[in-house]
Write a protein that binds this ligand. Structure first.
Ligand code: PMP
Length: 397
């Protein structure tokens, strides 16, 4: 008999399946609010102009396609360190390892925990990005969830969160936090909430693992790092997984990093060697091109300024769409108040739409939203806002 004849077909990715259906839909007003990528007014995910400029430079100047070191490009690592930590941590206590996207960083973090911190559990917010539990499971790291979303499904249950951690987490456990722009809810802790979370991290000696996939999409590059830096005032050890998929629009180039903060330089050196060992057995060394785009941009003040402008305009478009949606929904007279979207950050929000309403939006109006009701705000369009809101109002009535 054949060796693969007993295999069962794994379930398809729910979100990517929706995008296929979207592609085949002939409705001229169709909208795709499902997959988590930034989109412009025309529904395209553009290449930033600054990225094109950097690539031009790279095309002319790049002299080799030889392997990068296991830990990636040192220039890139230094750029990442400054973006993520500013001057919050001494350089010799940090380790930055370039990874294939934020996902690669999370997988390296998970394998590192499995081998070097075998006692720990990872506490994840409920809900969280669906790939989080999957990655830890693949690495064999046990997970638990802490309360995050309040019963109103539009705000943070901070007391519930802190209580779960105080009562149930063990000293030394890992707490997964979204640095900003929580996926899938868009609900972030306030500055004061972060201080209370940091207190519990200190009290319970938790190791923070901060997933930082949307720096610059919330309130700005520096503002979005406030939570992370607050946490770092209360612990001298942490892990941070960064991604430049969103803020540089480099999705397919796989650009990310795992950053580790150790108590001192000696611990950092040992940790670096273990992270490298993990990388070596996973993919040997990271891809060059995307990181060299980031390093080219951040190594040139003019290109950096241009990047900040382009990032800011993506951020502002999302804010504007949130405002327009709330206003336009109000004008439909549906009686549903979507004001909570204005308190949320980043590309995502839980709309509160039920699976049945989501289904009706797809079949009747060509509007594609995932079953949980999570919407990608960046998938909205100013010119189709009225159509979108009328459609939402009609399924709500
Ligand atoms: N973390 C979160 C919360 C995300 O939403 C994403 C992107 N969907 C990632 C990490 C990883 O992104 P990437 O691997 O594409 O850099």
């Amino acid at each position: 008999s054949h060796r693969f004849s007993h295999l069962e077909t794994a379930p398809p990715d729910a979100i990517l399946g929706l995008s296929e259906a979207f592609g085949a839909d002939s409705n001229p007003n169709k909208l795709n609010l499902s997959v988590g990528v930034y989109k412009d007014e025309t529904g395209k995910t553009p290449i930033l102009e600054v990225v094109k400029a950097a690539e031009k430079k790279i095309l002319e100047e790049e002299a080799t396609k030889g392997y990068l070191p296991i830990e990636g490009s040192p220039e890139y690592a230094e750029d990442v360190r400054k973006l993520v930590f500013g001057d919050a941590v001494a350089q010799d206590r940090t380790v930055v390892v370039q990874t294939p996207g934020g996902t690669g960083g999370l997988r390296v973090a998970a394998d590192f925990m499995r081998t070097q911190l075998p006692q720990v559990k990872v506490w994840m917010p409920n809900p969280t990005w669906a790939n989080h539990p999957a990655i830890f499971m693949s690495s064999g790291v046990p997970t638990e969830t802490y309360r995050y979303l309040a019963d109103d499904r539009t705000s943070l249950d901070l007391d519930g969160m802190l209580q779960t951690l105080r009562e149930s987490a063990s000293a030394g456990d890992v707490i997964l936090l979204h640095g900003c722009c929580h996926n899938p809810t868009g609900i972030d802790p306030s500055g004061d909430d972060w201080k209370q979370i940091a207190q519990v991290v200190e009290e319970k000696k938790l190791l923070p693992l901060i997933d930082f996939a949307y720096q610059g999409f919330g309130d700005g590059i520096e503002q979005d790092a406030v939570g992370l830096r607050t946490i770092l005032q209360h612990t001298d050890e942490a892990l941070v997984c960064s991604s430049f998929s969103k803020n540089f629009g480099l999705y397919s180039e796989r650009v990310g990093a795992i950053c580790l903060v150790a108590a001192d330089a000696e611990n950092a050196t040992a940790a670096r060697s273990q992270l490298k060992r993990t990388v070596r057995t996973n993919y040997s060394n990271p891809p060059r091109h995307g990181a060299s785009i980031v390093a080219t941009i951040l190594g040139d003040p003019q290109l950096t300024a241009q990047w900040k402008e382009e990032l800011e305009s993506m951020r502002q478009r999302i804010t504007r769409l949130r405002e327009q949606f709330v206003q336009t929904m109000k004008s439909t007279g549906s009686g549903h108040d979507f004001g909570f979207l204005l308190r949320q950050r980043g590309m995502f929000s839980y709309s509160g739409l039920t699976p049945m309403q989501v289904d009706e939006l797809k079949s009747k109006y060509g509007i594609y939203i995932v079953g949980s009701g999570r919407i990608n705000v960046a998938g909205m369009s100013e010119s189709k806002m009225q159509y979108f809101c009328d459609s939402v109002a009609s399924v709500l009535s």
